[in-house]
Design a protein around this ligand. Structure first.
Ligand code: NAD
Length: 497
């Protein structure tokens, strides 16, 4: 019998009452490693109730106490990151070096959360009216829900929970059922770091668990990351139930290469950002917009580099691992047939890749499709796999026009040596995160992460200053300490004097 992973409630593993489970694969082997429990509505209710009971004591813990726990968590995670990386590689498939990169980007957010004392300072206006002071406080929201996707099982939860905890909230995390072990591992580490029992809860599950969280009366906010249709559903449902919501959705990221760009740099960037993590990144470059005069040369340089990539088991020093499930692998591979029937040129076909790994792994090699028509599903859909499309454009204007017409607006990049063109691009492009000669412009943790349009529902980005604002409520206090006189009765609207 394989292991069955449960939930994490009140500082301990908990099985709940639901008997429904889902398989968790090792995608490089193509075999089921364990089962994960799928919580029922009643399980979610019990888990949230336990978290709500633990919250007041954590809310009232001093900033010094909360920071001490986060700092200890940071040190433990840094010391044991290889252990977590091995879990990520075993369940997601990404290569070990990429798994360590994911953890490093999560640790950055923990670093910022350790500075919560500075970030939660309020404001103070002395004598706003005669003998009256006005000041603002930032207080925690309460029990906050986080629902995360499969592609960053450690980093995406860490975009939210360090800041939420630092600000004095309690957290209920519902990770992806496809790779749930990292969340339980992180929960154990938080306990070891001194987080009081009950303040961090993990509920494993699928739609039933998510739906229960979205409307639970004790859940005050929902932070979601996943595909666009689900993000839109989460936003509508949770906002309709009166919650604060930030729902980050899917993406189709364009990289515009102008004729004056360093084409070697651009080709390196396209390959790294197109095929890293097998293209299963919301900030992956999926479309290269190549200005026609340099398009042949750029495609040749990209093709040359792709020939050097090794696809295989993430534990063997390969460049690129498998896709998350067999179904997803087949769906992504299906776009090669669509490309051919839509008249695009399949330059590199990843279906024939030679793999350094088990025969049953969910493999698809790096794939390059040139001259992709804008009407093709290959261009329109978020494929979320190692498929890089090239669209040839006459010049800058047409390139920006295509990017701005996209329903998505997560990330984009321009490659050029012309500062004026780059400056114009950063101003004109309708996308939330922009790279200039940088392909995956994920902002550092003291800025905030989030896209525009169908890549983010709600108005709050993740982490950085936006994260602290999302996980706190501002309270304005108007205060007067009476000296022996007092004002007498006046039913008019208060006016300052
Ligand atoms: P997904 O939308 O299938 O799942 C995300 C979460 O929602 C999971 O926890 C899942 O259990 C839950 N879920 C799935 N179907 C649901 C339903 N019908 N009702 C309620 N909950 C449901 O996404 P995924 O496949 O895990 O992740 C890949 C997607 O996430 C891609 O679209 C990618 O672009 C996106 N993503 C976006 C960002 C970003 O910052 N914008 C970051 C990472 C991933």
């Amino acid at each position: 019998m394989s292991e069955t992973l449960g939930h994490w409630v009140h500082g301990a593993a908990w099985d709940g009452t639901s008997t429904r489970t889902a398989p968790v694969y090792n995608p490089a082997l193509g075999t089921v490693q364990k089962q994960v429990r799928l919580a029922s509505t009643a399980d979610v209710d019990a888990a949230v109730t336990a978290t709500a009971a633990a919250w007041p004591a954590w809310r009232d813990a001093s900033i010094a106490k909360r920071t001490t726990v986060l700092f200890a968590f940071r040190e433990l995670l840094n010391a044991r990151k290889e252990e977590l990386a091995a879990i990520l590689t075993a369940e997601h498939g990404k290569v070990l070096s990429d798994a360590l990169g994911e953890i490093a980007r999560g640790l950055e957010v923990v670093d910022v959360a350790c500075g919560v004392g500075h970030l939660l300072k309020g404001t103070y206006s002395e004598n706003a009216s005669t003998d009256v002071d006005v000041y603002t406080l930032r207080q925690p929201v309460g029990v906050v829900g986080v629902i995360s996707p499969f592609n960053f099982p450690a980093m995406v939860p860490m975009w939210f929970f360090p800041i939420a905890l630092a600000a004095g909230n309690a957290v209920v995390l519902k990770p992806s059922e496809k790779d749930p072990t990292a969340s339980i591992w992180l929960a154990e580490l938080l306990r070891e770091a001194g987080l009081p029992d009950g303040v961090f809860t993990v509920v494993n599950g699928d739609k039933e668990a998510v739906d229960a969280l979205l409307v639970h009366p004790d859940i005050r906010s929902v932070s979601f990351v996943g595909s666009t249709p689900i993000a839109q559903y989460i936003y509508t449902t949770a906002a309709g139930a009166g919650k604060r919501v930030q729902a980050l959705g899917g993406a189709k990221n364009h990289m515009l290469v102008l004729p004056d760009a360093d084409l070697d740099l651009a080709a390196d960037a396209a390959v790294n950002a197109g095929f890293g993590s097998a293209g299963e990144r919301c900030m992956a470059v999926s479309v290269v917009l190549a200005v026609e005069s340099i398009a042949d040369e750029l495609v040749a340089k990209i093709t040359e580099r792709m020939a050097t990539l090794r696809t295989g088991d993430g534990t063997r020093g390969c460049d690129m691992g498998p896709l998350i499930t067999r179904e997803h692998r087949d769906k992504v591979a299906g776009y090669l047939d669509i490309a051919a029937s839509d008249g695009a040129d399949v330059v590199v076909d990843g279906r024939g890749v030679e793999v350094d790994g088990a025969a049953d792994g969910f493999w698809l090699g790096p794939t390059l499709i040139d001259r992709v028509p804008l009407e093709s599903a290959v261009y329109r859909d978020e494929i979320f796999g190692p498929v890089l499309s090239v669209v040839r454009v006459p010049g800058y204007e047409e390139g920006v026009g295509i990017i701005n017409a996209s329903v998505y607006g997560n990330g984009t990049a321009i490659f050029t040596n012309d500062g004026g063109a780059a400056r114009r691009f950063q101003r004109e492009v309708e996308v939330g995160m922009v790279g200039i000669n940088v392909p995956i412009p994920v902002p550092v943790a003291y800025h905030s992460f989030g896209g525009w349009k169908a890549s983010l529902f709600g108005d709050a980005k993740a982490y950085g200053p936006a994260g602290f604002a999302f996980f706190t409520r501002e309270k304005a206090v108007t205060s007067r300490w009476l000296d022996p006189s007092h004002g007498g009765l006046n039913l008019g609207f208060p006016q300052n004097a």
